[in-house]
Ligand binder design. Structure first.
Ligand SMILES: *Cc1c(COP(=O)(O)O)cnc(C)c1O
Length: 360
């Protein structure tokens, strides 16, 4: 049977190798074998960006990417103090909603969803507010596909010596991340996007020194990174972990390194994205952003006036491809195509054929 290819921004189409890893023997999360599995995953996660190995610890959580982001903000953003959220999409706004719920004080510098983050405004704000506790932003804003200028933002964070908390959920393992240069205190990622694992585990890379320097700011028992950090030194976790999904993540990481690491994944995605963008361009479908502004993982296209999202979605679904709608105000304006996961060359060709049937 023809398999379904997921072109939504996570979860992704699995390789058989990763899927089969789900079928390993049952294991209690209090057993030494599970601790070894988690220690191996933590070690491999840091190896994705070797620069992070010396100064960061990986903390593995059971939950989707949002879980890692919320645990990061809950545990690290102080209850007294003021953070700055730099946002231009759904995921930046979601982090503001989290701090709101946590009762923490913050300022937002928001740009329109189709605009870049406003570094000039950030520069001015930080010059006037040197006591800002953290700068918080999204690396790849999946709302539009824009890869935000976190190099520029990170440079400001380094200049003003303000730690950066980064939602790297849809960029981790496929885009360039500089930990020291960008003054990253922590970044959040997930198993089931660029790492090609199964949904259900996520992780935060946190600067080790943080745990010694200040107490947890957690507003949640379950999402407190501090006990996780303490117990995962030995590979154990305070609560039951998604054991089978951990097996699959370990396998996905092995596969990732065997394929050449993040640079190879970046190249793979660039090639796929180019095929998709070029074919749709040829068929008169415009991109929402300038091509240079996109990440390698997802592209947003303007809906042509002669058809609807529902129609495009339905035709592609029938052919075995799942695409994604726009969110909020972009709902009836764009469609999005992610290119993560296991997609074979003939499946890419089928996709381009479908585009031709839809838009020619
Ligand atoms: C996918 C994603 C998340 C997490 O979403 P979940 O549904 O919890 O997996 C967070 N931030 C960004 C930028 C994302 O793309």
């Amino acid at each position: 049977m023809k398999r379904t290819i997921l072109l939504n921004p996570g979860p992704v189409t699995l390789t058989e190798r990763v899927r089969n890893a789900l079928l390993k023997p049952d294991l209690c999360h209090r057993e030494p074998e599970f601790a070894e599995l988690i220690l191996d995953i933590k070690r491999q996660l840091l190896q994705v960006y070797p620069e992070s190995v010396a100064d960061y610890d990986a903390i593995v959580l059971t939950g989707s990417g949002t879980c890692a982001v919320e645990a990061m903000l809950s545990s690290l953003v102080p209850k007294t103090g003021k953070a700055l959220i730099v946002s231009n999409g759904v995921y930046g706004e979601r982090m503001a909603a989290m701090l709101q719920v946590q009762g923490k004080s913050f300022q937002t510098i928001a740009s329109a969803w189709h605009e870049p983050i406003d570094l000039e405004a950030v520069n001015q704000y930080l010059a006037q507010n040197p006591a800002t506790s953290h700068v918080i932003s999204v690396h790849h804003e999946t709302t539009t596909g824009r890869l935000n200028d976190i190099a520029g933002l990170g440079k400001l964070c380094a200049h003003y010596q303000i730690p950066l908390l980064l939602d790297a959920v849809s960029s981790f393992a496929a885009e360039f991340i500089r930990f020291a240069e960008w003054n990253i205190e922590a970044c959040a990622g997930t198993a089931n996007k660029c790492l090609h694992g199964v949904p259900g585990l996520s992780f935060v890379l946190v600067k080790k020194s943080v745990f010694a320097q200040r107490p947890s700011a957690a507003t949640s028992v379950y999402l407190d990174l501090y006990p996780y950090h303490r117990e995962q030194q030995q590979g154990f976790s305070p609560f039951t972990q998604a054991v089978q999904i951990a097996y699959a993540l370990q396998e996905a990481l092995l596969e990732f390194f065997q394929a050449g690491g993040w640079q190879a994944r970046h190249e793979l995605y660039v090639n796929r994205a180019q095929l998709i963008r070029q074919e749709l361009y040829r068929l008169g479908i415009e991109m929402l952003l300038n091509e240079a502004d996109y990440s390698t993982t997802l592209t947003s296209f303007k809906l042509p006036d002669y058809t609807s999202y529902e129609q495009i979605y339905a035709v592609l679904k029938k052919q075995g491809f799942i695409i994604y709608a726009g969110q909020g105000g972009l709902k009836n304006k764009i469609f999005r195509i992610a290119n993560m996961g296991d997609i074979q060359a003939d499946e890419m060709e089928n996709l381009l054929d479908c585009f031709n049937k839809l838009f020619a």
